[in-house]
Ligand binder design. Sequence first.
Ligand code: GLA
Length: 376
Amino acid sequence: MRTGYSPVLLAVAVLFIFSCNELTKCGEKKMSIKKQSFGKTKDGKNVDLYTLTNANGLKAEITNYGGIVTSLQVPDRNGDFTDIVLGYDSLDEYVKNNSPYFGALIGRCGNRIAKGRFTLDGVEYTLATNSSPNHLHGGIRGFDKVVWNAKQMQTDEGPALKLTYRSRDGEEGYPGNLSCTVIYTLTNDNGLKISYEAETDKATVVNLTHHSYFNLAGHDSGDILKHQLMINADHFTATDEGLIPTGEIKPVKGTPMDFTKPVAIGSRIKQVQGGYDLNYVLNSSDGSLALAASVYEPKSGRVMEIFTTEPGIQFYSGNFLDGSNKGKGTVYNKHDGFCLETQHFPDSPNNPDFPSVVLKPGEKYTHLTVHKFSAR
Ligand code: GLA
C-alpha cells in the first residue's frame, strides 16, 4: 500500500498558503490595491488610478492627479453597491472640463482669502484672485491640479494610498517650501480615512481639505435635497455677500442654518440665498477626532458620518452645479451633490481671532478626517 501525501493535496495546500499574502487575510474577503494608468498630463507626467478594495468589498478609486477620489462604491441597506461621488471617467475630463473640484485635495489654503491678500510676519503676500475678487482653494493651480507622488500601502486598517507633494516657495504666491503627505485609507470598518501632514521651511499658511461631492443615493440619482443632515455645530462664521467671513461667529439657533438635529437639506434651503455655502464652527474644537456631521439618505438607507480633528466644516449644497458638468454618463445639475469640507475657517489669514492656520518651520500640520459608511 502506498503511504505519504497525495501530490494533488500538497499542491492545493501550497497554493492556499501562497494566496494568503499580505493583501489577503485568510478567511476574509479579499482586500486589495491595484494600479492602472489614467493617462498623461499636458506636460507629459504619467498619472495613475488606484483601486482600493476593503475586506467588505467597498471600493475607492483615487488618482494621483489632484488626489482625486473619482468613485466610491458603498452598500445600501440591502447590500447593493453604488458609486456615491460625483466625478468624471477620464483624466482628460478632469483637466479640460474645469472641474468644480470634484473629489479633489485642496491646498495650500482651502476656501476663500479676501482679495487674495494676507500679511504674515509684516510681509504682505499676493495670491491669485481666481474667484474674483477673492482667492479660492489655493489658486489657479492648487493642489487639486498637480500630480502627487503615490505609494501603495497595505496597513492593518486596510488598503491605503500615500500621496506626497512638495509645493515650492512662492508657488501660487504662498511663502515657504511646503512638504505635504496625504494618506487615504479604505478601512475594513468601512471608513474612508484621510490623514494630512505638512511641514515648511518658512512661515506660511496651510488649510488642507478634501472636496468630494456626495450623493448617497448614487452620483447619478438627482438632487440631494431629501438627505437628512446633522452638523454638530451651534455656531457658524457669518459672511458678506462675497462669502468672506465678517469675523462674526453667529448662533445657528432659530435660523435655517441649524442642523444640530437631523433635518432634510431641502426643507429650508429656499430661505438661504443661493443655497447653503457656509462654514460651521464645530462644537468640538480641542483637536481630538470628534463627530462633525452625519447624513442619512432615506431611500437607500445609506449613512455617512464624518469625524474630524479640524475646528470647522464647510457645508456646500452644490449651488453652482448648472448642468454644464457631464460626468460618468450623467449630467450634474444644481444640488445633485453636497460637500462637507473639514477645515480651518475661511479667510483665517486675515482673521486673527480665528484658530490659526500659520505653520512655522519645525512645526507639523496634522489633520485627520474619517468618512464612515453604514446603512439602516
Ligand atoms: C467650496 C466653496 C464654494 C464653491 C465650491 C466649489 O465649497 O465654499 O463657494 O466655491 O467650493 O465650487
